[in-house]
Design a protein around this ligand. Structure first.
Ligand SMILES: *Cc1c(COP(=O)(O)O)cnc(C)c1O
Length: 362
């Protein structure tokens, strides 16, 4: 990007590119890891009722501290993980990206991440003026723990990011390794931010179970993926109450609108229905992986709602373009020879497979 001279753009931002997953209007969109199932009629009605009730009060500011919502999020986390907590352990914001930004605003030090991983973590940290360090993952995209521990002390980074299950590779970091990373972070005064955007699709226990012993672990979650709620924008943080208190210092007043709070409360009350879709997606993921392997592709094992694959003879960009021409949008994540596909509905998955088979023959 070239910026005009009259614009005092910060030096650090000059060379960066904005986040830009293509939003192309094609029939089969499998590129941003959304839940493909639309909200059911009953959920839509529940939502409309809830929103109706807040409409009369839109002249007033929302609950600044989102106490009811944070309480309900806490109960939902407690049901899932068995960890006792209440709203003092929860922060909520407009997507987990805002959570990451608030963490970056509140706490000192550089960022460190293990790549390939979620590209917004470095972009958000640089956006608030921080330096970013990265270390490569191993041959199977695993975090090499000894090397990671060295990097934590040698970089002096104090905001260490671990995405698990990792995006875009799909693999998880085992809980005992997360514990070792947290210990290394504690020794160098760092926080370990565990991004669990895909936790609901995984068999690994959540890092939330470690927080009471390791208060330097911060777990970020989102309703955008498993909860089929990407359009509503709701992310949350589970952490020690002293971490949450720091979030109050950097949040914008009334950042979470009454509409968002009401919509999220309605969605949480229909949790059981949504978790059925998660089970369905996990099963489709494993079936689709087998079907892709039967086409001769290399498909990385995944604990998330997407698959990273390679083993096609052509250039990734060329295959991506061919699939778009067939009405199927997947993601070129910038790993040479690889593409990432989000698990869709059965018919979307079949359409993706058919286009893929055509590409591999052609
Ligand atoms: C999708 C995603 C998020 C962000 O989601 P929000 O919609 O902002 O809640 C965060 N982290 C990872 C790893 C993701 O893939």
């Amino acid at each position: 990007m070239s910026w005009p001279n009259w614009l005092p753009i910060r030096e650090q931002l000059r060379e960066l590119s904005p986040y830009g997953a293509p939003q192309i209007d094609v029939p089969v969109r499998l590129n941003t890891n959304e839940n493909p199932y639309q909200l059911s009629q009953s959920l839509q009605e529940g939502l409309a009722n809830r929103l109706n009730k807040v409409l009369a009060d839109l002249n007033r500011y929302p609950d600044r501290d989102a106490v009811e919502l944070r309480g309900q999020l806490g109960e939902s986390v407690q049901r899932e993980t068995g960890v006792q907590l209440d709203q003092r352990w929860i922060w909520a914001a407009n997507g987990s990206n805002e959570i990451i930004q608030s963490i970056a605003l509140a706490f000192d030090g550089d960022g460190l991440g293990f790549v390939p991983s979620y590209s917004m973590q470095p972009l958000i940290l640089q956006g608030v003026g921080k330096r970013w360090h990265s270390r490569n993952r191993g041959a199977n995209f695993e975090v090499e723990i000894d090397g990671a521990i060295d990097a934590i002390s040698s970089t002096g980074a104090r905001l260490v990011f671990l995405t698990t299950p990792n995006n875009p590779t799909g693999n998880s970091t085992p809980i005992d390794q997360i514990q070792r990373l947290a210990q290394a972070c504690l020794a160098s005064g760092a926080l370990l931010i565990v991004d669990e955007a895909y936790a609901e699709f995984s068999d690994e226990p959540s890092a939330i179970t470690l927080i009471s012993k390791h208060p330097n672990i911060l777990v970020t979650r989102t309703m955008s993926k498993a909860y089929a709620f990407a359009g509503a924008r709701l992310g949350y943080l589970v952490a020690d109450p002293r971490v949450i208190e720091a979030m109050f210092l950097v949040r914008l007043p009334y950042h979470l609108s009454s509409l968002t709070q009401a919509a999220a409360l309605a969605a949480l009350s229909l949790h059981d229905e949504l978790s059925r879709d998660v089970a369905r997606l996990r099963q489709s993921r494993d079936e689709l992986a087998d079907q892709m392997r039967a086409l001769g592709l290399l498909v990385w094992p995944s604990q998330a709602n997407f698959l990273l694959f390679s083993g096609f003879a052509r250039d990734a960009k060329e295959l991506w373009e061919f699939l778009v021409s067939q009405g199927v949008l997947v993601r070129d994540v910038g790993i040479p020879g690889h593409l990432r596909v989000t698990i869709g509905t059965s018919s979307e998955n079949q359409r993706f497979l058919a286009s893929l088979a055509a590409a591999l023959k052609g």
